[in-house]
Every structure is written in C-alpha cells, then in structure tokens.
Design a protein around this ligand. Structure first.
Ligand code: NAP
Length: 309
C-alpha cells in the first residue's frame, strides 16, 4: 500500500492527545480526517459527537482508532467494523474477554483489520528481552507495578466502575509484557485484591501465577505508591537475571545495561496497524485481559480504606 490511510479517532481524552494525535501526525502512512468525541474537538479536522455520526458523514474514512474507556469499546468497534473500517483498539481491548473474540470474528466477516494494541509491548526493551529469554530455563519471575493513581488518573471515574479494571488498568501493561517475553504460557493460581470500601475495583492486587513447569511468577500492583513510579520485571534464569524497568525502557541482563534505543511506543503501534492493514491481517491477543479476568474470578477480596480523589 502506498497511499495514506484516512483515519479517525474516537474518544479524544488524555491518551488521544498525549500519544495518538502526535503519533498519527508523524506517520507517513496515516492522514487524520475526523474525530468523534462527545465534548472534545480536534483542530483542523471534522468533528462529530459519536462514532456513528462520523461513519455516516465520512465515506472516505478507512480506519478508526478507539481511545475512549473500555466500557464503550465494543459498541464503537462494532459500528466501525460493520461499516467496513479497520479498527485499532486501545488497551484493554474490551470490557470482557468474550466481546473481543466477537469483534475478531466481525473483523474477519467484514474483511477488516482489527488490532488489539498493547502499547507496553512496544517499549524498546521488550523484544530484546523476549529474544534473550527464548530457550532459557526460568526459575522465578517478579513483577512490581506501582504508581500513584492520583497522578496518572486524576478525576477519572471510569477506572473505578465495572469494566474499568482499577489497578489492573496499569497492571495489564505488565501482563502484556510478560505474556510476550516469557517462553511458556502461564496461569493464575491465586490472587489477593484490595478494594476500597467505596469502590468497585481494586486499588492494589497481588497475583501468584505458575506455568506447566511450576515456575513461580509473582506480580504486585499498587496504586498507593509514589511519587516515583516502579514499573519493573525481574526474570531469574539459570544463565543470569534479566531486569526490565521503567515500563520496558531500561534493560539490564546479568548486570549489564543493554543498548535498546529510544522509546517510540505509539509510533511503533501505528507502524504495526499500518502493516496489518497493508497485509489484510489482524492482531488480537486477549491473554493479558484473560489474566485480569482470572484474577477477578479467583481473587480473594480484602476491603481497604475508602478512596477519595
Ligand atoms: P479519558 O481521558 O478519561 O477518556 C478518553 C475520552 O473518552 C474522554 O475524554 C471522553 O471524551 C471519552 N469518553 C469517556 N467516557 C465515554 C463514554 N462513556 N462514551 C463515549 N466516550 C467516552 O481516558 P484516557 O486516560 O485517555 O484512557 C482511555 C483509554 O486509553 C483507556 O482504555 C486507557 O486504559 C488507555 N490508556 C490510557 C493511558 C493514559 O496514560 N491515560 C495510557 C495508555 C492507554 P468526550 O467526553 O469528549 O466524549
């Protein structure tokens, strides 16, 4: 494909402005022609109140990037796919695991590309970590994903509502990385969920996973942490320790800092979306969301103090 893909953005909020708009503006494969948001407007393009109005009024639109909270992902994606548009989903790809599989089938029926994006997988250390871990004997994995919810989600009510994931909203980024870099599939054995008395979703969670070999894989997510974030993954192997930090932007293997290049998560996501459209394919991996669903199934709930924004 040599021509630019005409794209629209739905849900013009924090992540659309911080990352999607600059990434699209800097990508030679895409041209932004419209936005769909109930309140926000994007300068220089046509703006609509919702996805349906955008689809009806913009016949030249070829692709849509969905950046609203996950609770509305399915209805927006279904409308776009039924209109024959390629669709990129922000993480998490849906409010339930099964609705994402329904979208994947819909994309196939309509011959559209569906991209369930996991931005943290595009951090510069991730593919190097995966390559180094391939074939290694892993003896333990420890994940610490801790940050201040007030810093990263000021005033966002949807994260506390059903489908909003609570602390799994950042925690799923860690899960998206370990599902990519670890050489074996793993599964949840037990979990503890710490839920504020006045909220629906956990503010912290401890998860114990294992794989078929019995490898202990521990993850601790906490939103009551700060002011500095702690986003790190440590994988102990018989050949040394791999240490991925800063959400995947820093990689140390066996004590040696690796040269992994600059961070370009969102430009890389749009490279991938363009590649999927060009090759007529889709990329829909629900495994990080599946682990969160398992945590909600298996997790022992502890009520903790009320959370007020
Ligand atoms: P946000 O700013 O709270 O929401 C994005 C926009 O979606 C809102 O400004 C709103 O725009 C629209 N929206 C909200 N509720 C809606 C509803 N019920 N129906 C239709 N539109 C609605 O959230 P965000 O931080 O950008 O996060 C959005 C998604 O990106 C989430 O899935 C999140 O996990 C993911 N993400 C966020 C970050 C981050 O740093 N914030 C990083 C990576 C990924 P209008 O009021 O104009 O409709």
């Amino acid at each position: 494909m040599t021509e630019q893909v005409a794209i629209g953005i739905a849900g013009v909020g924090k992540i659309a402005r911080d990352q999607h708009l600059p990434a699209i503006a800097g990508h030679s494969g895409f041209k932004l022609i419209a936005g769909a948001s109930r309140n926000a407007r994007i300068d220089g393009v046509q703006n609509y109140q919702n996805v349906e109005d955008m689809l009806a009024a913009e016949p030249l639109l070829q692709a849509v990037s969905l950046c609203a909270p996950p609770q509305v992902r399915f209805s927006q994606a279904r409308a776009a796919l039924e209109a024959g548009k390629h669709v990129m989903l922000e993480k998490p790809p849906g409010a339930s695991v099964t609705e994402v599989t329904v979208l994947a089938a819909l994309a196939q029926q309509n011959q559209c590309s569906l991209f369930a994006s996991w931005h943290s997988r595009h951090a510069p250390g991730v593919e190097k970590a995966r390559a180094w871990l391939a074939g290694k004997t892993i003896t333990a994995v420890n994940v610490l994903w801790k940050e201040d919810v007030r810093r990263w989600h000021p005033g966002q009510d949807w994260i506390w509502q059903p489908g909003g994931l609570g602390v799994f909203d950042p925690g799923i980024n860690a899960l998206s990385i370990i599902t990519r870099i670890l050489p074996h599939a793993f599964f949840l054995k037990s979990a503890e969920l710490f839920v504020p008395a006045n909220r629906q979703n956990p503010i912290a969670a401890n998860l114990d996973f294992s794989d078929a070999l019995g490898t202990p894989i521990r993850a601790e997510f906490d939103w009551r942490f700060g002011p500095e974030e702690l986003w790190q993954i440590e994988v102990t192997t018989r050949d040394g320790v791999l240490h991925l930090a800063q959400g995947g932007k820093f990689l140390k293997i066996d004590g040696e800092v690796q040269d992994i290049g600059a961070e370009r998560e969102y430009p890389s996501l749009y490279d991938r979306f363009f590649e999927l459209i060009s090759t007529g394919s889709s990329d829909v991996d629900v495994s990080p969301l599946q682990h969160v669903a398992d945590a909600m199934l298996l997790g022992k709930r502890h009520e903790v103090e009320k959370f007020e924004d």
